[in-house]
Design a binder for this molecule. Sequence first.
Ligand code: FAD
Length: 117
Amino acid sequence: KLGNETAKAELGRAAWKLLHTNFARFPEKPTNEEKEALRQYVHLFQRLYPCGECAEHFGQVLKKYPPQVSSQKAAAQWGCFVHNVVNKRLKKPEFDCEEIAKHYDCGCADEEKNLKA
Ligand code: FAD
C-alpha cells in the first residue's frame, strides 16, 4: 500500500510538471487550431491518466472548470487553479498562482533561435 502511494505521488509530480510546462510554452496568441489542440490534450490527459481514481476526480474538475485556452497566461493560470483544486482535496497547501511564470521553464526557450542559426 505504501509503495503504491509513493508511485502515485511520483506520477503526480511528473504529470503536473509536464502539464504546467506545456502551459508555460503555449503561444501568447494561439490560433484556433492551437486552442483546440490544447483543449483536446487536457481532455485526453484526463481520460488516459494512469491513476483511475485521480482521473475520475479530475474529470469532475474539468466539467466544472473547462480548460482556458485563449492565451498562454489564461492556460497557465487555469492550470494553476485546477492543481490547487486537487491540492485542496488532498489537503495540500495552496500554490500562489502569481508565481507560476517563474516556476516552469523547460530550458528550451532558445530553441527557435538555434534552429534559425
Ligand atoms: P504536487 O501536487 O505533485 O506538485 C508538485 C509541485 O508543483 C509542487 O511541489 C509545487 O512546486 C508545484 N505546485 C503545487 N501546486 C501547484 C499549482 N497549483 N500550480 C502550479 N504548481 C504547483 N493523488 C491522490 O492521492 N489522489 C488523487 O485523486 C489525485 N488526483 C490527481 C489528479 C491529477 C490530474 C494529477 C496530475 C495528480 C493527482 N494526484 C492525486 C497526485 C497529487 O496531485 C500529487 O501529484 C502527489 O500527491 C504528489 O504531491 P506533491 O505534494 O509532491 O506535489
